[in-house]
Every structure is written in structure tokens, then in C-alpha cells.
Write a protein that binds this ligand. Structure first.
Ligand code: PEP
Ligand code: MN
Length: 290
């Protein structure tokens, strides 16, 4: 039976214990949906492909509004933008913080796109009232106290798989959130740390069908952090949809060369728009709506 895994002799890894997350207890696909400012529905899962696009980090008002307008015009359904950044190098740009949240709100007012932004500490939650989907980054996937608090926050959570965890551990992390009563959880594959160096991370593409067999939760893919190179992103994005992903999170920047964070992996508005045109065909093949 799905859910009883090879290593289930160890109860710690027995997926059957995950009563909220696994499909055995909830056969239909879950859908996470947000009502837009014009009462339209922005959904991820259950036949709806959700495309989350925007810069790695919010940098200034002009930048975020400009990008929000271009990704919306190309067909994105959500705007992303980090304001609390967990950077590997302590001297790298750490994000705009609360000021950035205000600029995201301005971009939503301008475009109507629901917002996705990363929380890095639970004490930031009071600033996330205007954020529609709260992202938990790879580095916090097993920050269990954060996950439990987000289980009570009443907002959808986008949970990214960590650089060095198994797909089963991702499901267990999601159960922490759901066990507190939050049914709106989206999983995100964003690549693993391996011996390979040509890419920033190695995307575990087989995890998409593996997870979909075991959980009803929507699963999206972040080709930007997986590939780490904008030239690879469109092909990886298409592969993710072909493998059954319910959506994508893509970094897009109006001026990637001068981006304060992750410019090398950011699509330009033009390459994003071309990719969206291609993705419409992939969506049709998968019988999903973009
Ligand atoms: C991000 O999405 O901006 C990010 C920091 O990603 P990850 O947590 O996957 O590294
Ligand atoms: Mn980034």
C-alpha cells in the first residue's frame, strides 16, 4: 500500500502515520485557492497550474511594480518577492524587510496579483497580513516550531524541500503544519545538494510523481533555484509540468545583470513571456488549465 515505505520498520519513517498529508486518507487532489481583488480565483492544484513569478528579492518600488505588471501580462497568477532573505554569505543583501512588504502591497494594488513571500522567523508573522501565501524556505523546512505556528496562522503555506532532505521528510514537515489545522499547504521541489556542480542544485524530478502518488497536496517546482542558470530554466520548467507538477515558481527580473539577488538564474520579462507561451501547450497536454 502506498504510504508503507521500504524503511517502515522504523516508525519514524512510516508515512501511514501522516494522517493529514497522505492520499490514503484524502484521495482527491487538494486545491489551494486565493480570491483575487476582482473576486477572480487564483488556484494551484486539482487541474489548475499556478505560476508564481517575480524577483528573488524586492529591491525598490519601481522594480517590483514593473516586474509585477510584466509577469501579469505574460499570464502569471501570483507575484513572488523576498523581503527577508536567508543568504548563505552574511555580507550579501539581506532583503528590504518591512519596507519591502509595503512595496509588495503596492504591486498587488496595481496588478491584483496575490502575493507570495518568505517568512524566516515566526516573530515576522505580524507583518504578513497582506501576504496571501507564506513561503517557508529550504533552510527552514525542518524548523518545526515555525511550521507549527504556521499551522495556526490561517494562511496557505508554500513549503520548500530542503537541500538535503528526503521527499518523505518533506511530507513529514507538511504534516507538522497540517496537524495544527492548516489544510492549505503547497509543496515545492527546488533541487538538492549533490556532487554535481554544473547546476546550483539537482532537481529531483522523479519526486514529483512519487509525491503525487502519496499525497493529495499540490506540488510545484522552482526551476530557478534548481538550475541556478537562466539558460536552463525554461527546459526544466517544461519538464516539471510534463512530470505532473501543479505549478512553478520562477524568478523574473527586469534587469537580471544588476539584480541584488540571484540575477544569474532570473528570466528576463521576454524569456518569461516566451516560456509562458510554451507552457500553454504543455498545460493542454497534461489536461490542466494555466
Ligand atoms: C527563494 O525562493 O527565494 C529561496 C530563498 O529559495 P530556497 O529557500 O529554495 O533556497
Ligand atoms: Mn532566489
Amino acid at each position: 500500500m502506498l504510504g508503507k515505505e521500504k524503511h517502515s520498520a522504523c516508525t519514524e519513517f512510516n508515512l501511514e502515520a501522516l494522517k493529514k498529508v497522505i492520499r490514503v486518507f484524502h484521495p482527491e487532489d487538494s486545491v489551494v485557492s486565493i480570491q483575487g481583488t476582482g473576486h477572480e480565483i487564483h488556484a494551484i492544484g486539482g487541474g489548475m497550474l499556478g505560476i508564481i513569478a517575480g524577483p528573488c528579492a524586492v529591491e525598490n518600488e519601481q522594480q517590483i511594480i514593473n516586474i509585477a505588471k510584466t509577469v501579469k501580462a505574460a499570464g502569471a497568477s501570483f507575484l513572488r518577492g523576498g523581503v527577508f532573505k536567508l543568504r548563505t554569505n552574511p555580507y550579501s543583501f539581506q532583503g528590504m524587510g518591512i519596507e519591502g512588504i509595503k512595496l509588495l502591497a503596492a504591486a498587488k494594488k496595481e496588478t491584483g496579483l496575490p502575493l507570495v513571500s518568505e517568512i524566516t522567523e515566526i516573530k515576522q508573522l505580524e507583518y504578513f497580513n497582506g501576504i496571501d501565501i507564506i513561503q517557508v524556505g529550504a533552510r527552514n523546512m525542518q524548523n518545526f516550531s515555525l511550521l507549527k505556528e504556521l499551522g495556526k496562522c490561517g494562511k496557505p503555506v508554500l513549503l520548500k524541500r530542503s537541500l538535503a532532505s528526503t521527499a518523505a521528510e518533506l511530507l513529514m514537515a507538511a504534516e507538522y503544519i497540517m496537524d495544527e489545522g492548516n489544510v492549505n499547504v503547497i509543496l515545492c521541489e527546488r533541487g538538492l545538494r549533490t556532487f554535481e556542480t554544473f547546476s546550483r542544485s539537482t532537481l529531483d524530478i522523479a519526486a514529483i510523481p512519487w509525491l503525487k502518488q502519496r499525497t493529495h497536496l499540490p506540488i510545484i517546482v522552482d526551476p530557478s533555484h534548481a538550475a541556478g542558470d537562466a539558460a536552463l530554466v525554461p527546459a526544466v520548467a517544461k519538464a516539471a509540468i510534463a512530470a505532473g507538477a501543479d505549478g512553478l515558481m520562477l524568478e523574473v527580473h527586469n534587469d537580471p545583470e544588476h539584480a541584488l539577488c540571484d540575477g544569474e538564474q532570473s528570466l528576463t520579462p521576454d524569456t518569461f513571456s516566451d516560456l509562458m507561451t510554451d507552457l500553454k501547450k504543455y498545460a493542454e497536454l497534461e489536461k490542466k488549465r494555466l
